[in-house]
Design a protein around this ligand. Structure first.
Ligand code: ADP
Ligand code: MG
Length: 370
């Protein structure tokens, strides 16, 4: 095993280069700290090359070892800043016109909301990726202000029981989806963002399950729309989806009934649709079933085609979570086998823009005549 790790380590640079070339889908694993001193951990090894070994508590010998390899693994001691640092380049590429999707997957209580939003209660310490990303985008926008003028809008959407009434439609051809009914908020500063996030947190649907009494039963999507116009007149528009998924745990474990059971089934439906889409992409299938759930429809342009995608697979270290941990890691492994074509920039020349503007004004003239 020692030899194996050395080889992996020596190949790390090469591995990263290959990853950059095929480029578009990355998987990071994050293990949250254990909250109990008595609880035994299933984590056997965390490599700085993205390797992870877990140990089956029922087979604590050699055959109980399960080895995984991701782009990166963050152990329980990793800070929010460390996690952000490895995510920043991807986030910044949205300012160059790439569509980017970051989603947090894992069972309830594994740390998804911690990674995306930070601890609840609104303290400024340990803010998550959502806030740090927007802060970084403002800084970048400011730094580039002499060459390019950016407009940043954010939208917050909850997908609950697959039946939110928001119409999802493509607003910019294959450049990104937008939800016309969800209010688009222009944001100019981190204060604007914080205010919006507070609002979002209050509105979030929270209910009780046997696993965690504040588990979120919905998918929460924060979308950042970026429009830029540079001095030559060419424009770019792109979006960044930041997704905090509902818990991936199996229904029976939550001991839920009635409405809660219905919720759990809907949640499982959209997560299994996500799995189907990912499998179809991995198999290069000619039909990708994006339309089977609201979630996959929303993320359509970020999961296939020309976007850059990052999945955080969250796991709990405790023995009693072992079953869910294995299923999360297997899902994550499936995601990491997807190869997509090169990511593409959503940039238009000023000529195309002029033509579009002409079309718009002609359309307006037509409706005035009617
Ligand atoms: P999820 O959103 O997956 O249900 P949470 O993010 O709410 O899980 O995490 C569950 C609990 O664990 C919360 O109290 C959270 O603050 C804490 N937690 C999760 N990850 C970390 C971490 N990396 N460091 C410290 N606390 C964490
Ligand atoms: Mg959560």
């Amino acid at each position: 095993a020692v030899g194996y790790y050395r080889v992996v380590k020596e190949n790390r640079n090469l591995y990263n280069m290959v990853q950059d070339l095929k480029g578009n889908i990355r998987v990071y694993c994050r293990i949250r700290p254990s909250f109990s001193y008595e609880a035994k951990t299933v984590i056997d090894f965390v490599g700085d090359d993205g390797s992870l070994v877990i140990l089956d508590p029922l087979k604590p010998h050699k055959d109980g070892r399960k080895v995984f390899q991701f782009n990166r693994v963050f152990g329980p001691a990793a800070t929010q800043d460390e996690v952000f640092k490895d995510t920043q380049p991807l986030i910044r590429s949205v300012m160059d016109g790439y569509n980017v999707c970051i989603f947090a997957y894992g069972q309830t209580g594994s740390g998804k909301t911690h990674t995306m939003s930070g601890p609840s209660g609104g303290s400024m310490k340990d803010r998550g990726i959502n806030y740090l990303a927007l802060k970084d985008l403002f800084q970048l926008s400011n730094r580039r202000k002499d060459i390019i003028n950016y407009d940043i809008h954010v939208q917050m959407v909850e997908i609950y029981n697959e039946q939110h009434t928001l119409e999802i439609r493509s607003c910019t051809g294959d450049n990104g989806l937008s939800l016309p009914d969800a209010t688009m908020h222009p944001v100019k500063s981190t204060t604007d963002v914080l205010n919006l996030m507070k609002l979002g947190e209050v509105n979030r649907v929270v209910s009780c399950t046997a696993i965690n009494n504040s588990s979120s039963r919905s998918h929460s999507v924060l979308t950042v729309h970026v429009h830029g116009k540079d001095i030559s007149g060419s424009t770019l528009h792109s979006c960044l989806h930041l997704v905090d998924l509902a818990g991936s745990e199996r229904v029976d474990k939550s001991e839920v009934t009635g409405d809660r059971l219905k919720e759990a089934q809907y949640i499982n439906k959209s997560l299994s649709c996500l799995g189907d889409v990912i499998t179809a992409l991995a198999q290069k299938s000619s039909h990708i079933p994006y339309r089977n759930s609201k979630l996959t429809l929303l993320l359509q342009d970020s999961l296939g085609g020309h976007a850059k995608t990052l999945m955080f697979a969250h796991v709990s270290p405790e023995e009693d979570s072992f079953g869910e941990t294995v299923s999360t890691l297997k899902f994550a492994r499936r995601v990491s086998t997807i190869e997509l074509g090169a990511a593409r920039v959503n940039r238009e020349s000023s000529e195309v823009m002029q033509l579009k503007e002409q079309i718009e004004s002609l359309k307006k003239a037509l409706t005035r005549k009617e």
